[in-house]
Design a protein around this ligand. Structure first.
Ligand code: NDP
Length: 234
């Protein structure tokens, strides 16, 4: 059955691969962007997830055009890497405001309609570093670990209404976010990944579409790694 899907940050990178995977299977897909416009074939809404009013307006537009959001993929995220002692409070709160509070704003707005429909799928895109830790990413790792507590609390609050909330924790994925890392750092990371390579965004997308599918109807509150073995046991 075709569903209405909203992917935040679906204009590029992992979000775009996720949006395209849903579109390919026949779902009605909307993406948020911050001014770039929507890629071909996808319905775009302009939205900065740090602004609750913009999030509300984006959902209202999607509801009017495609119907209530049944599958939310909270994917939009940023990094502002630096070591703890150099990290300003602003660098910490900016990353948390986008990655964690932004996901909260979207999940809350989505949940009201999912409750009414008594069906919903919420998928948070976290990161292996949320539970593994990463030097220079105190802000980012804290925001991504927070998504696990958020998903599990939503699971306990809304599970009885047939709403699932899961976390996907990718390792290193070939996107703009990792392209900015120095080559030596990228090579260093690759050495620590059992599969010996970075992921393609499409490999994350496959897990996300699975979690939204009927086959995954009994999976909730889970953290699914897509990390080439990097985070095993974390
Ligand atoms: P990119 O940097 O390629 O894309 C980030 C996306 O998030 C863009 O669409 C961007 O929009 C959007 N975004 C950022 N801030 C906001 C905001 N305030 N409001 C709305 N949209 C925003 O990242 P990736 O595709 O690599 O990452 C996607 C997700 O996956 C992120 O949450 C990231 O933390 C996570 N992840 C990535 C990994 C990787 O190795 N790449 C590994 C593990 C997790 P715009 O185009 O307007 O800037």
């Amino acid at each position: 059955m075709a569903r209405t899907v909203l992917v935040t940050g679906g204009n590029r990178g992992i979000g775009l691969a996720i949006a395209q995977a849903f579109a390919k299977q026949g779902d009605r897909v909307a993406i948020t962007h911050r001014g770039s416009g929507a890629p071909d074939g996808l319905f775009g809404v302009q939205c900065d997830i740090t602004d609750a009013a913009a999030v509300d307006a984006a959902f209202t537009t999607v509801e009017n055009e495609l119907g209530p959001v049944e599958v939310l993929v909270a994917n939009a995220g940023i990094t502002q890497d630096t070591l703890l002692l150099r990290m300003s409070e602003e660098q910490f709160t900016d990353v948390v405001d986008t990655n964690l509070t932004g996901s909260f704003r979207c999940a809350k707005r989505a949940a009201s309609k999912m409750l009414r429909a008594r069906w919903g799928r919420i998928i948070f895109i976290s990161s292996v570093v949320g539970l593994y830790g990463s030097p220079g990413q105190v802000n980012y790792a804290a925001s991504k670990a927070g998504l696990v507590g958020m998903a599990r609390s939503i699971t306990r609050e809304l599970g009885s209404r047939n709403i699932t909330a899961n976390v996907v924790a990718p390792g290193f994925v070939e996107t703009d976010m990792t392209a900015v890392l120095p080559e030596a750092t990228q090579a260093e990371y690759q050495k620590s990944i059992p599969l010996g390579r970075m992921a393609k965004a499409e490999e994350v997308a496959g897990t996300v579409t699975f979690l939204a599918s009927d086959a995954a109807g009994y999976i909730t509150g889970a953290v699914i790694p897509v990390d080439g073995g990097l985070g095993m046991g974390h």
